[in-house]
Design a protein around this ligand. Structure first.
Ligand code: SF4
Length: 85
């Protein structure tokens, strides 16, 4: 578990955090998780519950990943996946 990036404490008294990582912008109460269930408010700090945890991996042709297609076509890429929505 590692402290997350991209969040702010918006209510110091009630310990409510606003996560800024994705457009959902969850408001997360103490000891609660966000919509994705992988970011948790612990003592007024936001933590990633999946940091450094890989749920799946494998080799895939670059053609399956459109972002890398233009400069690495006809190669394989090492692909990782993580829990969370
Ligand atoms: S869904 Fe997850 S990453 Fe997105 S704002 Fe909510 S807690 Fe943050």
């Amino acid at each position: 578990m590692k402290e997350a990036l991209f969040y702010e404490l918006i209510d110091k008294d009630r310990g409510i955090i606003k996560c800024l990582l994705c457009p959902k912008e969850c408001l997360i109460k103490k000891d609660q998780v966000g919509f994705c269930r992988v970011r948790k408010n612990i003592d007024k700090q936001l933590y990633s519950l999946i940091y450094s945890k890989v749920s799946s991996y494998g080799m895939d042709p670059i053609e399956k990943k459109k972002t890398a297609l233009s400069f690495l076509s006809r190669n394989n890429g090492f692909i990782t996946g993580h829990n969370g929505l």
